[in-house]
Design a protein around this ligand. Sequence first.
Ligand SMILES: [Zn+2]
Length: 353
Amino acid sequence: MKIFYKSFINFFLVKFFLLRDRYKIIFLMFHGVMDLKGSPAWQPLRPQLSPTTLDEYLRILSRYFSFVTIDHALEMLTGKVPLQPYSIVLTFDDGLRNFKEHALPVLEKYKAPATVYVATNHVEQQIPFWFDRLDYALQLLDGEPYSVNIGNEIITFVPGDREALAKAYKQMRYSIKKKQISDEEMQDLLYSTATLIEKKYGRSLKDIIASDPWCGIMNWSELKELAAAGITVGSHTVNHCRLAFVTPEKAEQELQNSKRAIEENLGLACNHFCYPIGSCNGQVADLVREAGYQSAVTTKYGFNRIGDDPMKLCRFHVPYGTDGEGVETLLYRISGLEAFFSKIKRFFIWKKS
Ligand SMILES: [Zn+2]
Protein backbone atom coordinates (compact mmCIF):
# COMPACT_ATOMS: atom_id res chain seq x y z
CA MET A 1 0.00 0.00 0.00
CA LYS A 2 2.85 2.34 0.97
CA ILE A 3 4.52 1.67 -2.40
CA PHE A 4 1.21 2.41 -4.15
CA TYR A 5 0.90 5.81 -2.43
CA LYS A 6 4.54 6.57 -3.14
CA SER A 7 4.14 5.80 -6.87
CA PHE A 8 0.86 7.76 -6.99
CA ILE A 9 2.42 10.87 -5.42
CA ASN A 10 5.56 10.52 -7.55
CA PHE A 11 3.50 10.26 -10.74
CA PHE A 12 1.64 13.51 -10.04
CA LEU A 13 4.74 15.31 -8.79
CA VAL A 14 6.66 14.36 -11.94
CA LYS A 15 3.69 15.41 -14.11
CA PHE A 16 3.44 18.75 -12.30
CA PHE A 17 7.16 19.49 -12.55
CA LEU A 18 7.29 18.52 -16.21
CA LEU A 19 4.35 20.85 -16.90
CA ARG A 20 6.09 23.66 -14.98
CA ASP A 21 9.25 23.31 -17.09
CA ARG A 22 7.68 22.42 -20.43
CA TYR A 23 9.19 25.45 -22.18
CA LYS A 24 12.73 24.46 -21.25
CA ILE A 25 14.55 22.16 -23.63
CA ILE A 26 16.08 19.00 -22.22
CA PHE A 27 19.30 17.54 -23.61
CA LEU A 28 20.20 14.00 -22.57
CA MET A 29 23.76 12.71 -22.53
CA PHE A 30 24.52 9.10 -23.45
CA HIS A 31 27.77 7.26 -24.11
CA GLY A 32 27.96 3.59 -25.12
CA VAL A 33 24.96 1.32 -25.46
CA MET A 34 25.89 -2.30 -25.09
CA ASP A 35 24.11 -5.61 -24.91
CA LEU A 36 25.30 -7.12 -21.64
CA LYS A 37 24.22 -10.63 -22.63
CA GLY A 38 26.69 -13.17 -23.95
CA SER A 39 30.22 -13.67 -22.68
CA PRO A 40 32.49 -10.90 -23.94
CA ALA A 41 36.22 -11.25 -23.31
CA TRP A 42 36.13 -8.43 -20.76
CA GLN A 43 33.72 -5.88 -19.32
CA PRO A 44 34.56 -2.21 -18.67
CA LEU A 45 34.50 -0.85 -15.13
CA ARG A 46 32.47 2.14 -16.22
CA PRO A 47 28.75 1.30 -16.19
CA GLN A 48 27.04 0.56 -19.51
CA LEU A 49 23.52 1.25 -20.73
CA SER A 50 21.79 -1.76 -22.23
CA PRO A 51 19.61 -1.50 -25.38
CA THR A 52 16.69 -2.82 -23.29
CA THR A 53 17.08 0.06 -20.83
CA LEU A 54 17.42 2.54 -23.71
CA ASP A 55 14.21 1.12 -25.20
CA GLU A 56 12.45 1.47 -21.85
CA TYR A 57 13.63 5.09 -21.48
CA LEU A 58 12.55 6.11 -24.97
CA ARG A 59 9.18 4.38 -24.56
CA ILE A 60 8.47 6.38 -21.38
CA LEU A 61 9.96 9.62 -22.75
CA SER A 62 7.86 9.36 -25.93
CA ARG A 63 4.75 9.55 -23.70
CA TYR A 64 5.76 12.95 -22.36
CA PHE A 65 8.12 14.48 -24.93
CA SER A 66 8.76 15.11 -28.62
CA PHE A 67 12.23 14.05 -29.74
CA VAL A 68 13.71 16.91 -31.78
CA THR A 69 16.91 17.34 -33.80
CA ILE A 70 19.65 19.52 -32.38
CA ASP A 71 19.13 21.93 -35.32
CA HIS A 72 15.45 22.32 -34.43
CA ALA A 73 16.27 22.75 -30.73
CA LEU A 74 18.73 25.46 -31.61
CA GLU A 75 16.25 27.32 -33.78
CA MET A 76 13.82 27.26 -30.84
CA LEU A 77 16.42 28.37 -28.28
CA THR A 78 17.55 31.26 -30.46
CA GLY A 79 13.96 32.35 -31.07
CA LYS A 80 13.95 31.64 -34.83
CA VAL A 81 10.91 29.38 -34.50
CA PRO A 82 8.32 29.13 -31.72
CA LEU A 83 9.31 26.89 -28.86
CA GLN A 84 7.51 23.58 -28.92
CA PRO A 85 6.80 22.51 -25.33
CA TYR A 86 8.17 19.18 -24.04
CA SER A 87 11.10 19.03 -26.48
CA ILE A 88 13.97 16.68 -25.83
CA VAL A 89 17.32 16.21 -27.61
CA LEU A 90 19.36 12.98 -27.49
CA THR A 91 23.16 13.20 -27.67
CA PHE A 92 25.75 10.39 -27.71
CA ASP A 93 29.44 11.16 -26.95
CA ASP A 94 32.59 9.51 -28.34
CA GLY A 95 31.29 7.84 -31.53
CA LEU A 96 31.46 4.29 -30.17
CA ARG A 97 30.64 1.56 -32.69
CA ASN A 98 28.06 -0.02 -30.38
CA PHE A 99 25.87 3.03 -31.13
CA LYS A 100 25.26 1.67 -34.63
CA GLU A 101 24.49 -1.83 -33.48
CA HIS A 102 22.53 -1.23 -30.28
CA ALA A 103 21.28 2.36 -30.10
CA LEU A 104 20.31 3.10 -33.71
CA PRO A 105 17.63 0.37 -34.01
CA VAL A 106 15.99 1.65 -30.79
CA LEU A 107 16.14 5.27 -31.99
CA GLU A 108 14.58 4.26 -35.30
CA LYS A 109 11.81 2.37 -33.48
CA TYR A 110 10.80 5.58 -31.68
CA LYS A 111 11.63 7.88 -34.64
CA ALA A 112 14.00 9.72 -32.32
CA PRO A 113 16.70 11.86 -33.96
CA ALA A 114 20.08 11.99 -32.25
CA THR A 115 23.52 13.59 -32.42
CA VAL A 116 26.78 11.64 -32.20
CA TYR A 117 29.98 13.52 -31.27
CA VAL A 118 33.27 12.13 -32.60
CA ALA A 119 36.94 12.83 -31.90
CA THR A 120 38.37 12.75 -35.41
CA ASN A 121 41.87 11.41 -34.70
CA HIS A 122 40.30 8.42 -32.95
CA VAL A 123 38.01 7.89 -35.96
CA GLU A 124 40.94 8.06 -38.39
CA GLN A 125 43.50 6.07 -36.41
CA GLN A 126 41.03 3.68 -34.76
CA ILE A 127 42.79 4.13 -31.43
CA PRO A 128 41.01 3.74 -28.07
CA PHE A 129 40.53 6.64 -25.66
CA TRP A 130 42.84 6.77 -22.63
CA PHE A 131 39.92 6.08 -20.28
CA ASP A 132 39.10 2.85 -22.10
CA ARG A 133 42.75 1.78 -22.38
CA LEU A 134 43.21 2.33 -18.65
CA ASP A 135 39.93 0.58 -17.87
CA TYR A 136 41.21 -2.49 -19.72
CA ALA A 137 44.77 -2.27 -18.34
CA LEU A 138 43.66 -1.88 -14.70
CA GLN A 139 41.77 -5.14 -14.98
CA LEU A 140 44.99 -6.94 -15.97
CA LEU A 141 46.59 -6.08 -12.62
CA ASP A 142 47.29 -8.80 -10.10
CA GLY A 143 49.31 -8.96 -6.90
CA GLU A 144 50.02 -5.75 -5.00
CA PRO A 145 47.77 -2.63 -5.07
CA TYR A 146 48.78 -0.19 -7.81
CA SER A 147 48.87 3.57 -7.22
CA VAL A 148 48.72 6.46 -9.68
CA ASN A 149 49.57 10.05 -8.75
CA ILE A 150 47.15 12.43 -10.45
CA GLY A 151 48.07 16.02 -9.65
CA ASN A 152 49.21 15.13 -6.11
CA GLU A 153 46.21 12.92 -5.50
CA ILE A 154 47.10 9.27 -5.05
CA ILE A 155 44.52 6.86 -6.43
CA THR A 156 45.07 3.23 -5.45
CA PHE A 157 43.73 0.31 -7.45
CA VAL A 158 43.30 -2.99 -5.64
CA PRO A 159 43.54 -5.95 -8.03
CA GLY A 160 40.96 -8.70 -7.81
CA ASP A 161 38.21 -6.63 -6.16
CA ARG A 162 36.05 -5.44 -9.06
CA GLU A 163 33.84 -3.24 -6.92
CA ALA A 164 36.82 -1.45 -5.34
CA LEU A 165 38.50 -1.20 -8.73
CA ALA A 166 35.38 0.39 -10.27
CA LYS A 167 35.16 2.86 -7.37
CA ALA A 168 38.82 3.90 -7.72
CA TYR A 169 38.43 4.19 -11.50
CA LYS A 170 35.40 6.46 -11.04
CA GLN A 171 37.35 8.55 -8.52
CA MET A 172 40.24 8.86 -10.98
CA ARG A 173 37.96 10.10 -13.77
CA TYR A 174 36.33 12.57 -11.41
CA SER A 175 39.73 13.90 -10.29
CA ILE A 176 41.00 14.31 -13.84
CA LYS A 177 38.07 16.56 -14.62
CA LYS A 178 39.08 19.11 -12.00
CA LYS A 179 42.88 18.98 -11.97
CA GLN A 180 44.63 22.18 -13.02
CA ILE A 181 47.20 20.33 -15.13
CA SER A 182 47.78 20.95 -18.82
CA ASP A 183 45.90 18.52 -21.01
CA GLU A 184 49.12 17.41 -22.68
CA GLU A 185 50.68 16.50 -19.33
CA MET A 186 47.51 14.73 -18.22
CA GLN A 187 47.17 12.71 -21.43
CA ASP A 188 50.90 11.78 -21.22
CA LEU A 189 50.43 10.57 -17.66
CA LEU A 190 47.33 8.51 -18.46
CA TYR A 191 48.61 6.98 -21.70
CA SER A 192 52.01 6.18 -20.15
CA THR A 193 50.34 4.57 -17.10
CA ALA A 194 48.29 2.37 -19.46
CA THR A 195 51.42 1.54 -21.52
CA LEU A 196 53.36 0.54 -18.40
CA ILE A 197 50.69 -1.92 -17.26
CA GLU A 198 50.12 -3.21 -20.81
CA LYS A 199 53.85 -3.92 -21.22
CA LYS A 200 53.99 -5.84 -17.95
CA TYR A 201 51.08 -8.10 -18.88
CA GLY A 202 51.69 -8.25 -22.63
CA ARG A 203 48.15 -7.23 -23.54
CA SER A 204 46.52 -3.99 -24.65
CA LEU A 205 43.10 -2.75 -25.68
CA LYS A 206 44.89 -1.27 -28.72
CA ASP A 207 45.38 -4.80 -30.09
CA ILE A 208 41.71 -5.77 -29.94
CA ILE A 209 40.06 -2.40 -30.54
CA ALA A 210 38.99 -3.25 -34.11
CA SER A 211 36.68 -6.00 -32.86
CA ASP A 212 36.04 -4.79 -29.32
CA PRO A 213 32.28 -4.42 -28.75
CA TRP A 214 32.62 -1.95 -25.86
CA CYS A 215 35.22 0.57 -26.99
CA GLY A 216 35.50 0.17 -30.79
CA ILE A 217 35.12 3.51 -32.60
CA MET A 218 33.15 4.09 -35.79
CA ASN A 219 35.14 4.82 -38.95
CA TRP A 220 34.24 7.35 -41.64
CA SER A 221 32.21 4.95 -43.76
CA GLU A 222 30.12 3.94 -40.73
CA LEU A 223 29.61 7.60 -39.85
CA LYS A 224 28.53 8.24 -43.43
CA GLU A 225 25.89 5.53 -43.06
CA LEU A 226 24.70 7.17 -39.84
CA ALA A 227 24.50 10.58 -41.46
CA ALA A 228 22.48 9.03 -44.32
CA ALA A 229 20.14 7.57 -41.69
CA GLY A 230 19.53 11.11 -40.36
CA ILE A 231 21.90 11.09 -37.39
CA THR A 232 23.71 14.41 -36.85
CA VAL A 233 27.49 14.06 -36.55
CA GLY A 234 29.16 16.69 -34.39
CA SER A 235 32.74 17.32 -33.28
CA HIS A 236 34.32 16.20 -30.02
CA THR A 237 37.75 17.69 -30.96
CA VAL A 238 40.58 15.85 -32.75
CA ASN A 239 42.23 14.25 -29.70
CA HIS A 240 39.52 14.31 -27.02
CA CYS A 241 41.24 17.28 -25.31
CA ARG A 242 40.22 19.12 -22.16
CA LEU A 243 40.02 22.47 -23.96
CA ALA A 244 40.19 24.58 -20.79
CA PHE A 245 43.69 23.14 -20.23
CA VAL A 246 45.31 23.71 -23.63
CA THR A 247 46.69 26.91 -25.19
CA PRO A 248 44.21 29.00 -27.24
CA GLU A 249 46.24 28.10 -30.39
CA LYS A 250 45.91 24.38 -29.67
CA ALA A 251 42.18 24.77 -28.89
CA GLU A 252 41.68 26.55 -32.24
CA GLN A 253 43.44 23.71 -34.06
CA GLU A 254 41.36 21.07 -32.29
CA LEU A 255 38.14 22.92 -33.10
CA GLN A 256 38.93 23.78 -36.73
CA ASN A 257 40.67 20.56 -37.77
CA SER A 258 37.96 18.28 -36.39
CA LYS A 259 35.25 20.37 -38.06
CA ARG A 260 37.10 20.25 -41.36
CA ALA A 261 37.73 16.48 -41.15
CA ILE A 262 34.04 15.78 -40.51
CA GLU A 263 32.92 18.07 -43.32
CA GLU A 264 35.41 16.64 -45.83
CA ASN A 265 34.73 13.02 -44.99
CA LEU A 266 30.96 13.22 -44.72
CA GLY A 267 30.29 15.97 -47.25
CA LEU A 268 28.03 17.70 -44.72
CA ALA A 269 28.29 20.79 -42.55
CA CYS A 270 29.50 20.17 -39.00
CA ASN A 271 27.73 22.76 -36.85
CA HIS A 272 27.68 21.17 -33.43
CA PHE A 273 30.33 20.60 -30.82
CA CYS A 274 30.70 18.74 -27.52
CA TYR A 275 33.38 19.62 -24.91
CA PRO A 276 35.40 16.50 -24.00
CA ILE A 277 35.23 15.79 -20.24
CA GLY A 278 32.92 18.84 -20.11
CA SER A 279 36.00 21.05 -20.09
CA CYS A 280 35.04 24.62 -21.00
CA ASN A 281 35.24 28.24 -19.88
CA GLY A 282 34.27 31.62 -21.34
CA GLN A 283 37.37 31.87 -23.53
CA VAL A 284 36.95 28.34 -24.87
CA ALA A 285 33.25 28.97 -25.60
CA ASP A 286 34.26 32.07 -27.63
CA LEU A 287 36.77 29.99 -29.61
CA VAL A 288 34.06 27.41 -30.39
CA ARG A 289 31.82 30.21 -31.68
CA GLU A 290 34.67 31.73 -33.73
CA ALA A 291 35.44 28.32 -35.28
CA GLY A 292 31.96 28.46 -36.82
CA TYR A 293 29.97 26.09 -34.62
CA GLN A 294 26.34 26.90 -33.87
CA SER A 295 26.09 24.97 -30.62
CA ALA A 296 28.21 23.30 -27.97
CA VAL A 297 27.08 20.92 -25.24
CA THR A 298 28.65 20.70 -21.79
CA THR A 299 28.29 18.13 -19.01
CA LYS A 300 26.62 20.76 -16.81
CA TYR A 301 23.38 19.52 -15.29
CA GLY A 302 20.24 21.49 -16.11
CA PHE A 303 17.62 22.78 -18.54
CA ASN A 304 18.08 25.09 -21.54
CA ARG A 305 15.94 28.20 -21.89
CA ILE A 306 15.33 30.63 -24.76
CA GLY A 307 18.20 33.13 -24.85
CA ASP A 308 20.72 30.83 -23.13
CA ASP A 309 24.21 30.81 -24.66
CA PRO A 310 24.13 28.04 -27.31
CA MET A 311 27.86 27.47 -26.65
CA LYS A 312 27.11 26.35 -23.08
CA LEU A 313 24.17 23.98 -23.38
CA CYS A 314 23.39 21.90 -20.30
CA ARG A 315 22.68 18.19 -20.36
CA PHE A 316 21.28 15.61 -17.98
CA HIS A 317 23.26 12.41 -17.42
CA VAL A 318 21.21 9.35 -18.19
CA PRO A 319 21.12 6.82 -15.33
CA TYR A 320 22.43 3.40 -16.32
CA GLY A 321 19.46 1.63 -14.79
CA THR A 322 21.59 -1.08 -13.25
CA ASP A 323 19.80 -0.67 -9.91
CA GLY A 324 16.40 -1.40 -11.50
CA GLU A 325 15.23 2.16 -10.84
CA GLY A 326 16.40 3.73 -14.08
CA VAL A 327 13.10 5.14 -15.34
CA GLU A 328 12.16 6.61 -11.98
CA THR A 329 15.59 8.22 -11.59
CA LEU A 330 15.48 9.57 -15.15
CA LEU A 331 12.06 11.17 -14.66
CA TYR A 332 13.07 12.58 -11.28
CA ARG A 333 16.16 14.08 -12.89
CA ILE A 334 14.66 15.63 -16.00
CA SER A 335 11.54 16.92 -14.23
CA GLY A 336 13.78 18.92 -11.90
CA LEU A 337 12.49 17.01 -8.87
CA GLU A 338 15.93 15.61 -8.09
CA ALA A 339 17.39 19.14 -7.89
CA PHE A 340 14.33 20.34 -5.93
CA PHE A 341 14.67 17.62 -3.28
CA SER A 342 18.41 18.08 -2.95
CA LYS A 343 17.81 21.82 -2.38
CA ILE A 344 15.34 21.00 0.41
CA LYS A 345 17.79 18.50 1.90
CA ARG A 346 20.61 21.07 1.82
CA PHE A 347 18.32 23.62 3.51
CA PHE A 348 17.56 21.27 6.43
CA ILE A 349 21.20 20.28 6.80
CA TRP A 350 22.14 24.00 6.86
CA LYS A 351 19.39 24.69 9.47
CA LYS A 352 20.66 21.86 11.65
CA SER A 353 24.29 23.02 11.54
ZN1 LIG B 1 34.09 12.12 -24.61
